[in-house]
Design a protein around this ligand. Structure first.
Ligand code: C2E
Ligand code: CA
Ligand code: CA
Length: 246
């Protein structure tokens, strides 16, 4: 019960508006900075705690999505899932029931899965991904480009979005290979009719490059670091005040 979620905004390149947030888990420590997820997700995955952890993340994120909806903000909520979550019996029903109880439409939720998550158990995972798509939630392939799966396999997944890994985004302008990879992923997304989001956008130069290539959505420190929910609330309020009124 000590874990909390931080929220990082996702910006629509065309309008500049925040269209969603990614929920990122943290373990706060009294008098110190919170423990980052990279230090405990792995342990949770290997001690049978990832199921209750994901359950908690799902409950907190959906409750937050509901609160924003009640305030008139129609934000998309992105969540990270581990490989273990996808082979968990009843996972689709759990997600469906949690969303229904909070009256959050499934199409306002994006599940982020890394290539390696999918590859951990390709056959079983594919079936679950199809069930999730039937439910109506979005599926993003996270850290896209860093796994070892074949492009042919990846394109058979019922994904709705590709998320370009920050290692490539951070190297834009500094490493020509990274530039080519980013360009190729955006082209691939367009040709397969998938949304493309870039994470790790830190500079206006990276933003300009991604904008020129027609990337749909951006996320990174240039806009905001992940924030505790009170700060995210204030950020969203300030952002809304800047948008032209409808
Ligand atoms: P991820 O899903 O690839 O998340 C992106 C990470 O990049 C986050 O680290 C975020 O804080 C960081 N980031 C965002 N913008 C920038 C930027 O502009 N520059 C740089 N250098 N970094 C940026 P974080 O929050 O420490 O999370 C690390 C990883 O832990 C996540 O990587 C994800 O794989 C995992 N994780 C986080 N929350 C959850 C969760 O609820 N469940 C599961 N299963 N995994 C989670
Ligand atoms: Ca993610
Ligand atoms: Ca990543």
């Amino acid at each position: 019960g000590e874990l909390v979620l931080y929220y990082q905004p996702q910006i629509d390149l065309a309008s500049g508006a925040v269209i969603g947030v990614e929920a990122l888990v943290r373990w706060p420590q009294a008098g110190s900075t919170p423990i980052p997820p990279d230090e405990f997700i792995y342990i949770a995955e290997h001690t049978g705690l990832i199921r209750p952890l994901t359950r908690l993340v799902l409950d907190l994120a959906v409750a937050q999505a509901k609160r924003w909806r009640d305030q008139g903000r129609d934000l998309r909520m992105s969540l990270n899932l581990s490989p273990h979550n996808l082979i968990e019996p009843g996972i689709v029903d759990t997600i469906a029931a949690t969303l229904a109880a909070a009256s959050v439409p499934p199409d306002r939720v994006m599940l982020e899965l890394t290539e390696s998550t999918v590859m951990a158990n390709p056959k079983r995972t594919l079936g679950v991904l199809h069930e999730l798509r039937e439910l109506g939630v979005g599926i993003a392939i996270d850290d896209f480009g860093t796994g070892h799966s074949s492009l042919a396999y990846l394109t058979t997944l019922p994904a709705t979005e590709l998320k370009i890994d920050k290692s490539f985004v951070l190297a834009i302008g500094a490493d020509p290979t990274a530039d080519s990879i980013v360009r190729s992923v955006i082209d691939l997304g367009r040709n397969l009719d998938l949304g493309v989001i870039a994470e790790g956008v830190e500079t206006v130069e990276q933003q300009a490059f991604l904008s020129r290539l027609g990337c749909d959505t951006l996320q990174g420190y240039l806009y905001s670091k992940p924030m505790p929910f009170e700060e995210a609330l204030a950020y969203l309020k300030a952002e809304q005040a800047c948008l032209p009124s409808q």
